[in-house]
Design a protein around this ligand. Sequence first.
Ligand code: SF4
Length: 62
Amino acid sequence: MKAIVDADTCVGCGLCPSMCADVFQMEGDKAVVIADPVPESAVECAKEAASSCPVEAIKIEG
Ligand code: SF4
């Protein structure tokens, strides 16, 4: 599974790293994906972060 953050859409709220730090990290005022592919242990929190993102900037593939 792959997680993608659309940097143009991300508003830098910090929610996804707080929910799933193994996959998302803030880099300046944007979130970036630090685990590709997403490890099995982090699949659930990555999906939860994607559905919780206030601007739907996180896409999950695979
Ligand atoms: S939850 Fe969405 S808007 Fe907030 S930092 Fe993550 S990708 Fe950006």
